[in-house]
Design a protein around this ligand. Structure first.
Ligand code: CP
Ligand code: NVA
Length: 331
């Protein structure tokens, strides 16, 4: 494995992209493109490695692409359906981590509480990957950035990237990634649905360091003006089903439709999926010529294969050490 990935990677878990530098993200995207171009060249890279998938919420893309991804690299996956009981209910999350590390080499968890995926990482001696939490969706953002890098080439500098809708987990991870790759980013949400303050602060610092702008507005027309890519996500995320009606009324003006897309600079349309036609996006935009949603879905596979390879290339320090603990706090 180290023949293909000679330089140690500075991260042992993927909880959040907040602590990943632009260089770390670029390196991941580059490996993903290499793996995508020649899948057979890496078919034994993770031979014999086992992956545990622990999901408290539904999934199509994340579950399939991690399962297929580790198989593509010579390993195998086991899925634990945790949708009917919250993590920590039957046994503590640290105990779960200490069991899993004896059987598998890497864990992907999709949790209601971000704290739980962080706790798994803190207590497991194997890498833990956030497959979506209430706070973040880092694997999604990597696939999104990979797709844009294919469309625009590696140099994304100067593009205007717009996120429209709810300031949610997907939005947060995009905020952790796009400014570091040189994109100007505009987040457009209704009042009261802004992104997490700390995530915005982190993104602002990254934007300043990279000489790009980061703006927030509640005016969709202003946001769309001149955009090169427009991203949206569901208005009610998993766990917010009770708020669906109330949110539909609030978010109505934030729908990505043909009129809004006409204000852009022939922008790509992006969505993590699943999408709700007639709500956050019209069928015409979702299925239109500028939509790259299925390219993104495909790239979940390639981006995550790169993540698996990079995280497994350097042994994780003992979780009781200071270094492992600080990884969790940074999440
Ligand atoms: N985009 C995404 O994470 O899809 P799933 O919820 O189907 O995994
Ligand atoms: N924000 C959405 C993303 C689904 C992939 C959710 O959390 O449900």
């Amino acid at each position: 494995m180290n023949d293909s990935i000679p330089t140690p990677f500075p991260h042992h878990d993927l909880l959040s992209l907040a602590s990943w530098s632009g260089e770390d993200i670029r390196r991941t995207l580059e490996l993903a493109r290499t793996m995508k171009a020649d899948p057979a060249a890496h078919k034994n890279l993770l031979a014999g490695k086992r992956l545990a998938l622990i999901f408290e919420k539904d999934s199509l893309r994340t579950r399939f692409t991690f399962d297929l991804g580790i198989q593509d690299l010579g390993g195998s996956a086991v899925y634990l359906d945790h949708r009917h009981e919250r993590l920590g209910a039957r046994e503590s999350v640290p105990d779960m981590a200490k069991n899993l590390e004896r059987w598998v080499d890497v864990i992907v968890a999709r949790t209601y509480r971000h704290r739980h995926v962080s706790e798994l990482a803190k207590h497991a001696r194997v890498p833990v990957i956030n497959g979506l939490s209430d706070l973040l969706h880092p694997c999604q953002a990597l696939a999104d950035m990979l797709t844009l890098s294919e469309k625009w080439g590696d140099d994304m500098a100067g593009k205007k990237f717009v996120y429209m809708g709810d300031g949610n987990n997907t939005c947060h991870s995009l905020l952790h990634a796009a400014p570091k790759l040189g994109m100007h980013m505009t987040v457009c949400t209704p009042e009261g649905y802004e992104p997490n303050f700390k995530v915005m602060e982190t993104a602002r610092a990254a934007a300043a360091k990279n000489g790009v702008t980061l703006e927030h507005t509640s005016n969709p027309q202003e946001a769309a003006d001149g955009a090169h890519a427009v991203y949206t996500d569901v208005w009610a995320s998993m766990g917010q089903e009770d708020e669906t009606e109330e949110r539909a009324a609030v978010f109505h003006e934030f729908q990505v439709n043909e009129t809004l897309m006409n204000l852009t600079n022939n922008a790509y349309f992006m969505h993590c999926l699943p999408a709700h036609r007639g709500q956050e996006v019209t069928a015409g935009v979702l299925e239109g010529p500028n939509s790259i949603v299925f390219d993104i879905a495909e790239n979940r596979l390639h981006a995550q294969k790169a993540v698996l390879a990079l995280l497994l290339c350097t042994p994780k320090p003992d979780p009781s050490s200071t270094q492992a603990t600080s990884t969790v706090i940074n999440a």
